[in-house]
Design a protein around this ligand. Structure first.
Ligand code: ADP
Ligand code: MG
Length: 254
């Protein structure tokens, strides 16, 4: 079970893209080693929230961010190295973005960039990450073939292996199952259940049942507002605090 140490503290966060208010003053904490599910219809600000956490939001021209996000008590705006901050956070996107490299090199890329040159060390790391992503058995005999030649579901697991290769403390997944079949989705869900003991997982999902299956707590974002956050069983119960939560998780809108 997650402990009560705060890993991420979000306070009064606002994000505007020009005139468009994507996040409208939300506050909540994420605990160490929990899986937090983030649900909500399209355009609710879910992906924006992830981009704020790893500060890739600042690549968007004309964006204005207000409020604070702290990781391990440290204001992410004030960290000495953005690079270090981003290394703490693994990101997995809806469509796997495989580098045009071999399976091995996809996973070894970040560690090499960070200075690991030792072949035995890299071998060990590549195997460990591929095992954690439940891909090792399928690719161990062809580590030299192109990652982009794998099936969609395998590529998604490769991106998870890659996200794990820099030993992140936080793993963010943004609608990872869009491009993968249900069987792969279930395999990745099993992977996440194991990984929760090592990392804090932020699971943005378009599948409300996925949050129900995996998340310790679930946050419902709608139109840039945090409507409700609670233990997942409360969010999915007959009487969450907000009627909109009930309606959304029961498929009445969205
Ligand atoms: P979600 O992931 O929940 O679908 P997003 O965070 O992608 O929501 O989007 C929230 C709002 O911000 C939407 O209205 C969207 O159109 C807008 N938005 C997202 N990214 C950009 C961008 N790069 N430039 C302008 N507007 C954006
Ligand atoms: Mg999104």
């Amino acid at each position: 079970m997650p402990n009560s140490t705060k890993k991420i503290e979000i306070s009064n966060l606002t994000v505007k893209y020009g005139q468009v208010a994507a996040i409208k003053g939300i506050s909540f904490d994420i605990y160490k080693n929990e899986i937090i599910g983030i649900i909500g219809p399209a355009q609710s600000g879910k992906s924006t929230l992830l981009k704020v956490i790893n500060r890739t939001i600042e690549f968007v021209p004309g964006v204005a961010v207000g409020g604070t996000v702290k990781i391990d008590g440290e204001d992410t705006q004030k960290v000495k190295s953005v690079h270090e901050l981003r290394r703490k956070i693994g990101m997995v996107f809806p469509l796997p973005v495989g580098l045009p490299l071999s399976i091995y090199d996809n996973v070894a890329f970040a560690p090499r960039m960070a200075g690991t040159r030792n072949k035995a060390q890299l071998d060990e790391l590549v195997e460990r990450c591929l095992r954690q992503a439940a891909l090792w058995d399928e690719v161990k005999d062809r580590l030299d073939s192109l990652g982009t030649k794998l099936s969609g579901g395998q590529q998604q697991r490769l991106t998870i292996a890659r996200a794990l290769s820099h030993e992140p403390e936080i793993l963010c997944l943004d609608e990872f199952s869009i491009a993968v079949d249900p069987v792969t989705t279930m395999r990745i869900e099993d992977v996440l259940k194991e990984l929760r003991f090592q990392v804090t997982i932020i699971l943005v999902t378009n599948l409300v049942q996925q949050a129900r299956r995996l998340a310790n707590r679930t946050a419902f974002l709608f139109n840039g507002d945090l409507i409700e956050i609670d233990r997942t069983d409360v969010i999915f119960s007959e009487n969450p605090t907000d009627k909109r939560t009930y309606d959304y998780v029961n498929g009445i809108f969205g």
